[in-house]
Design a protein around this ligand. Structure first.
Ligand code: PEP
Ligand code: MN
Length: 346
């Protein structure tokens, strides 16, 4: 990781650094951090001579080597002060960042989605979620519909809130990017689909889209989870949020094994914000409130919660999992209060 003296390297300075790196078969990646640009050395960065030559350039402040399979996501990385900004919110800074909305947008009932969106804005959510394309375990269940995208775009237009939409393949990614979707969700089933993660990194390096990366349901270890996110960041987009959402095998009676307790382990290793999904963890609207508070207590920076104005009229997971906007309002208040006393890694 190379730290320039100024905010960023000029074109000539960058070319000089690249010439040195090329002598050692390495290349340089420019990453836009919070206060300045940082430059990652890609390739075998252990050459002491290369280090010395780059560190000796007059416009370089320092060069640091981090030996880790996720050197950009690592807490010791120069990106550690990076903050993900979404709409008016800075994720995890002053209050928990709350994403809310139905599991699945019903294309036959746009008004249900739009009314939910307005009610959730009123309740205090900072971003809207809604499934356009759905990864379903049962291949005969509703799979999603391109037309649902127009509905969530209309909700963004009307509420001014950023939107979170899951993409499962390159075709959906292209459509979502054309619509300037603010948060691209990668679901638990694609959590380790490295070519999709790389593709998202490449395509979003020059856009403003953030990524909400869910944890692989088959108990991805903290390192495996963080390394998956590294695939996105290594292509030039540091706006990644990690989302624990429960693992299998499920705890008897819950949908998954709730895993909000992985939060402090992740926080001790990475700077990326942790946005817990309590809805898929427990799978029952009754337990979402408690799971959300637990996540905040463990140090989560935010929550992604399924919510619907009339859950019984929803589709996908909504009849079972979604909480009402009224409950969401109560939950947000409780989580804001708990936020100041949450666990923090020193
Ligand atoms: C969802 O958010 O509706 C979803 C399908 O999530 P997951 O990938 O966690 O199952
Ligand atoms: Mn769902």
């Amino acid at each position: 990781m190379i730290f320039p003296k100024g905010k960023k390297l000029s074109q000539d300075e960058l070319m000089e650094v690249e010439r040195v790196a090329a002598d050692f078969d390495c290349s340089i990646l420019e990453i836009h951090g919070r206060n300045r640009c940082l430059y990652a050395i890609l390739g075998d960065e252990t050459h002491a001579v290369m280090f010395k030559r780059i560190a000796g350039l007059s416009f370089i402040r320092k060069v640091e080597m981090i030996e880790s399979s996720y050197k950009l996501m690592d807490r010791r990385s120069g990106l550690a002060d990076h903050v993900v900004r979404m709409g008016d919110a800075e994720v995890g800074i002053d209050m928990p960042f709350i994403i809310g909305g139905p599991c699945t947008i019903d294309p036959a009932n746009p008004s249900l989605y739009l009314e939910t969106a307005h009610a959730l804005k009123e309740a205090g959510v900072q971003a809207l979620r809604g499934g356009v394309w759905k990864p379903r375990t049962n291949p005969y269940s509703y799979q999603g519909d391109d037309n649902a995208l127009g509905i969530i775009l209309q909700a963004r237009e009307e509420t001014g809130l950023p939107i979170d939409v899951e993409v499962m393949d390159a075709g959906q990614l292209k459509i979502a990017l054309k619509a300037k979707v603010d948060i691209l969700q990668v679901g638990t089933r694609n959590a380790l689909n490295y070519s999709l993660l790389k593709q998202i990194g490449i395509e979003t390096a020059k856009t403003n889209s953030a990524v909400l990366l869910k944890r692989g349901r088959h108990m991805a270890t903290p390192d495996e989870f963080i390394a998956a996110a590294e695939y996105i960041v290594a292509e030039g987009n540091p706006d990644v949020m990690l989302c624990p959402r429960g693992t299998t095998p499920a705890l008897d009676g819950y949908r998954n094994h709730p895993d909000e307790s992985v939060t402090p382990l992740l926080k001790s290793r990475t700077w990326a914000p942790i946005v817990v999904d309590p809805s898929h963890s427990v799978g029952h609207s009754d337990y979402v409130f408690a799971c959300s508070l637990a996540a905040i207590a463990y140090g989560a920076d935010g929550l992604c919660i399924e919510s619907h104005i009339d859950p019984q009229r929803g589709i996908g997971d909504d009849p079972k999992q979604a909480i009402t906007p009224d409950k969401m309002k109560e939950l947000i208040e409780a989580c804001r209060n708990a936020f100041t006393t949450r666990y923090r890694v020193e």
